[in-house]
Write a new protein. Structure first.
Length: 478
């Protein structure tokens, strides 16, 4: 008999039909009631067994996290908390679980820190079941959004010889014996003898390659893993994470902002429409977590309120220059409540400044535009004032920046001048500059760190808890 998912069974009207269900035991009470879960929902299905008809040996094997198969009758439940239950006719143990060794017992409530140490088992908890079902929905929604817009999904390389950000914080990939690499006549590592015949790294972004595709297909997007070798042990940083990066020909900055706003609202609404039960669970979990904090550190909005906040409000569009003035004149700044005081034009805004603009001043999501060119990447289009670039960042409550993008510099001479100013060799990116030599046009794009989006929608507070297997300094398990 075909296995039915518990999520579907719980929605089925009982009519004494015979069904088969399989899953993992969450609890076994009084040798009669099994709470069964198969990961399709946080809700368990109650299985009722007649212990008088089952061998004692079999009953003893029904332990927390053992895998079982049950065939029985779907009936209306007389107990509280569930509408239906299954009266077992046939029960098979598919996989045993030693209760003395299994680390996730009901009587204990493991911390998130402990669960990171056993990330291969944390999927079996309600919290991470909800988080990763929401993550799945958001990933699907991203693809659905761009597919409906007619975008081409482009796979950009993970191995690359370019540094899209110019940051230099990249993981090097080599086939050499690290202890004894070949050297050239100057005593430097001779990468001409390496596998690719040159120095190669893990990508920090698919943007530059995405621009090449946009110059042929008009509208493309990438969605893949990226890597940053930042030695940063914070709740906001990962060494490996996923990026969504659309690139659009014939787009200017306003078009770019419109698309990013539409995309964010689309995927958040899709998650609420399809995973409301999981998000409500995570919202309740967050409320319990917030109660442990001092009043001054608690969020003003619940998780559901934050999500609706971003759906119900048109994003406020403000220039960097306007934002600096707002921040500089704010009571927060004057009373030195900011950790980093805002004293002059040209400073890079911190998360506390971004959150102030969203949560305190405008009380809606904010798109900041026209940043100083000195704090932005070389490929951003230079504005006529000679000081700023056509960049845009989208700021959300509780998280700060969630999207960063810009109109790209399509003018070859301007782009080459800027690259020379900051020391990027033109010959290394000659292939990129060809898009400006042969049929250049206005174009734009943005990047969205997928884990940052999942963090926002689930209300989790540590980015390591929204990716299945986090890679961070001194941690690359599994």
């Amino acid at each position: 008999m075909t296995r039915l998912r518990i999520k579907d069974i719980l929605k089925t009207t009982p009519a004494n039909q015979t069904i088969t269900v399989k899953g993992w035991v969450r609890s076994f009470r009084n040798k009669t009631f099994i709470a069964l879960n198969d990961g399709s929902t946080n809700n368990n299905l109650q299985i009722v067994v007649d212990f008088n008809t089952l061998p004692e040996e079999l009953l003893n094997r029904i332990t927390t996290s053992s895998a079982i198969s049950v065939t029985g009758t779907l009936a209306a439940s007389l107990g509280k908390g569930q509408a239906v239950e299954v009266i077992s006719k046939e029960l098979t143990i598919l996989g045993d679980s030693d209760p003395e060794k299994y680390p996730l017992q009901l009587k204990n409530k493991p911390s998130l820190e402990f669960l990171r140490e056993i990330a291969h088992l944390r999927f079996r908890t309600n919290t991470f079941g909800a988080v990763f079902r929401v993550r799945n929905t958001l990933a699907f929604a991203v693809h659905k959004f761009f597919n409906e817009k007619g975008f081409l999904y482009m796979h950009t390389p993970i191995l690359t010889s370019s540094d899209a950000e110019g940051a230099g914080e990249m993981f090097h990939v080599t086939n050499f014996d690290i202890a004894n690499p070949p050297k050239d006549e100057n005593g430097k590592v001779d990468y001409k003898q390496d596998f690719f015949g040159k120095s190669v790294n893990l990508t920090v972004s698919g943007q530059l390659e995405g621009e090449l595709a946009a110059m042929a297909f008009s509208d493309i997007y990438t969605f893949g893993p990226t890597f940053r070798a930042e030695n940063s042990n914070t709740a906001r940083h990962l060494a490996e994470f996923w990026m969504i990066e659309p690139e659009m020909a014939f787009y200017e900055l306003k078009d770019n902002m419109d698309l990013a706003e539409e995309m964010l609202q689309y995927v958040i609404k899709y998650a609420l429409d399809n995973n409301l039960e999981d998000i409500q669970f995570l919202s309740q979990r967050l409320e319990e977590e917030e109660k442990q904090k001092p009043q001054t550190e608690r969020s003003e909005l619940s998780l559901l309120d934050k999500l609706k906040f971003c759906l119900d409000n048109k994003f406020e569009r403000v220039t960097y220059t306007q934002a600096i003035e707002i921040l500089r004149e704010s009571n927060h700044n004057k009373k030195k409540k900011f950790q980093y005081l805002v004293d002059k034009w040209g400073v890079d805004l911190q998360s506390e400044h971004e959150r102030y603009l969203v949560e305190k001043h405008f009380k809606k999501p904010v798109i900041l535009t026209d940043y100083p060119k000195e704090i932005k990447s070389f490929y951003m289009r230079q504005n006529d004032d000679g000081k700023t670039v056509a960049a845009m960042d989208i700021l959300f409550p509780g998280i700060g920046e969630i999207v960063g993008g810009s109109q790209r510099e399509e003018r070859l001479e301007k782009l080459e001048t800027r690259m020379n100013e900051i020391g990027i060799p033109l010959h290394e990116l000659s292939w990129y500059l060809d898009t400006r030599r042969f049929g250049s046009c206005p174009h734009a794009g943005f990047g969205l760190g997928f884990e940052r989006l999942v963090l926002f929608v689930t209300g989790m507070t540590n980015i390591r808890d929204v990716i299945p297997f986090p890679r961070t300094p001194n941690n690359c398990e599994f």
